[in-house]
Design a binder for this molecule. Structure first.
Ligand SMILES: [Ca+2]
Ligand SMILES: [Ca+2]
Length: 309
């Protein structure tokens, strides 16, 4: 990395981390940021420092189902994520489930990351779950990850990559909202008089944040090498370099605003293999953060560009 590159990275890195979840560490009352819903006498959502050995508070989302009833406890929060490729999810969770399965009871504990469009319509989800009474299959809009019960787990992923890699039925470009849902569900069958099924999800350090540091160069599966945008930040004009390998293919190079609106189409055509340099003249574009997206049928990559005057 050149000295100039290092300076740019430090400047951008200093600006560009933003936590979107409110009270994701559960140190404040749950009414700050979170929404609760429970069904059933023995369902509860509580915070305490004693669910985990560390010093601070965690949350416990729990349900206990008696005979003939299905009960649950849900805790959730929704945030806006203009560009999922710069959004990182992370969190800690522990799952516990017990049910008299031989009598038909069941229990499930989950930490779910739900993807929605700008209007809040459900697109798909990633669910970390503990359900010892059978395995769930992933499909085009659900990524089901089975987690052993009884121990704390740490999870983290880039939202855009998760959708691209594991949810074939969801277009990551449409993901404009992410909902974190901490849940416990139970069903009590007919025999027992007491509590037939219990499910508990403990959680802490839930984070959904934007990270817009300078990305490393990377080689794609579709024979594209998207190089750095330079200069960056810039005042009027910058140069975007990329390389195409393999065969002639349709590509597009487009500029989007932070909120996902198309600003300009720089290229939209078939191109032969080779090295390309394109200029973006942004003289009439306001200062701010923009995303330059290079796309083919099988590949999509985005670079941040900053106009600073
Ligand atoms: Ca905490
Ligand atoms: Ca603790």
């Amino acid at each position: 990395m050149s000295i100039l590159g290092l300076v740019v990275w430090l400047v951008i890195g200093a600006w560009s981390k933003e936590e979107l979840i409110v009270n994701g560490d559960f140190e404040q009352p749950l009414s700050n940021g979170w929404t609760e819903e429970t069904e059933g006498t023995w369902s509860s959502i509580m915070q305490s420092p004693y669910y985990d050995g560390d010093e601070d508070y965690e949350v416990k989302v729990s349900t206990e189902a008696g005979p003939h009833c299905e009960t649950y406890a849900y805790l959730w929060q929704t945030v806006n994520t203009p560009n999922p490729h710069i959004v990182e999810f992370s969190g800690k969770a522990k799952f516990e489930t017990v049910a008299y399965q031989s009598e038909g009871s069941w229990a499930v504990a989950q930490l779910i990351v739900v993807y929605a469009d700008a209007g809040g319509n459900y697109l798909g989800d990633t669910r970390m779950y503990n359900y010892p009474y059978g395995s769930w299959q992933s499909d085009a809009t659900h990524h089901a990850i089975e987690i052993a019960g009884g121990v704390w787990n740490e999870f983290s992923f880039n939202v855009g990559e998760e959708v691209d890699n594991n949810l074939s039925g969801v277009n990551s470009a449409n993901v404009k909202k992410v909902q974190i849902k901490i849940t416990a569900n139970g069903f009590g069958a007919q025999i027992c008089i007491g509590k037939d099924a219990t499910a508990t999800t403990y959680a802490d350090e839930i984070s959904v944040r934007t990270e817009t540091g300078v990305e490393e160069e990377k080689i794609s599966v579709d024979g594209i090498h998207f190089s750095q945008v330079s200069p960056n930040p810039f005042g009027e004009k910058t140069e975007i370099r990329y390389q195409l390998e393999g065969q002639k293919k349709p590509i597009s190079l487009k500029v989007y605003s932070l909120s996902g609106n198309l600003i300009e189409t720089l290229i939209d055509e078939e191109q032969e293999p080779g090295c390309y340099a394109t200029h973006w003249n942004a003289k009439n574009i306001p200062s701010g953060i923009y995303f330059i997206q290079l796309k083919t049928e099988r590949f999509e990559d985005t670079r941040k560009a900053i106009i600073m005057r």
